[in-house]
Write a protein of this length. Structure first.
Length: 215
């Protein structure tokens, strides 16, 4: 399943409390009871709603789902994750011939590692002397579609992707959330989860607070 990259707007508070960006991405697995394949793609999150696609039994549904803390509900299915790597998935249905009895099917889904690139999204921030916004709308290989504004001066074009960084002209952006530490761990301290770094032509580093994320 593939989807057009969309821009998310996740509040810093919801990201800090529930890490809602972990829900973004293409989740795949099989129902435990029937072994039927299931795929759930979270394209974007905006407040308490999300744009999703849901594929099961060869049938695909698309629409707007409801976001609550670290879970998303779309019709009679719900997905929830804590670490962004595995998700619990539940499908509720009316049991045949049982008016008041509801059945469920469950699955453990894993995220497609090629989806939900951590560089795709929008950030904004400022310090005492400078203000900056930086948006990566999509990535294809080492090419990134980029828009940015530094101290009121705007630019856009194709940037070069190198690991967890994007370079376009004299502007370099790094997603520090995915930067490995000296011990090889990709985990960040809780206070660092929403912090990103950018180096502009001013050569003065500034803190960016991520307020949007995307697949």
């Amino acid at each position: 399943m593939s989807g057009i990259a969309a821009t998310s707007r996740i509040t810093p508070l919801n990201e800090k409390l529930y890490h809602q960006s972990n829900l973004l991405g293409d989740w795949k697995g099989s129902f435990k009871q029937t072994h039927g394949s299931v795929e759930f793609n979270v394209l974007s999150i905006n407040g308490n709603s999300a744009q999703v696609t849901y594929t099961h039994n060869g049938h695909t549904e698309r629409g707007t789902a409801t976001v609550s803390q670290n879970s998303i509900t779309f019709g009679n299915v719900t997905i929830a994750t804590r670490d962004g790597k595995q998700a619990a998935f539940e499908f509720s249905f009316q049991a045949p011939g049982q008016i008041s009895q509801t059945g469920t099917q469950t699955a453990v889904l894993t995220k497609d590692p090629t989806a939900g690139n951590v560089l795709v999204g929008s950030w904004t921030g400022a310090d005492a002397d400078h203000s900056v916004s930086f948006t990566v709308t999509s990535i294809n290989g080492r090419d990134a579609q980029v828009k940015f504004t530094v101290d009121g001066n705007s630019g856009q074009g194709v940037g070069d992707v190198n690991g967890n960084s994007v370079l376009i002209g004299k502007v370099s952006f790094t997603n520090m959330k995915s930067s490995p530490r000296a011990n090889g761990s990709r985990e960040c301290a809780p206070d660092d989860r929403l912090r990103e770094a950018i180096r502009s032509k001013t050569r003065n580093p500034g803190l960016l607070r991520r307020f949007r994320s995307s697949q």
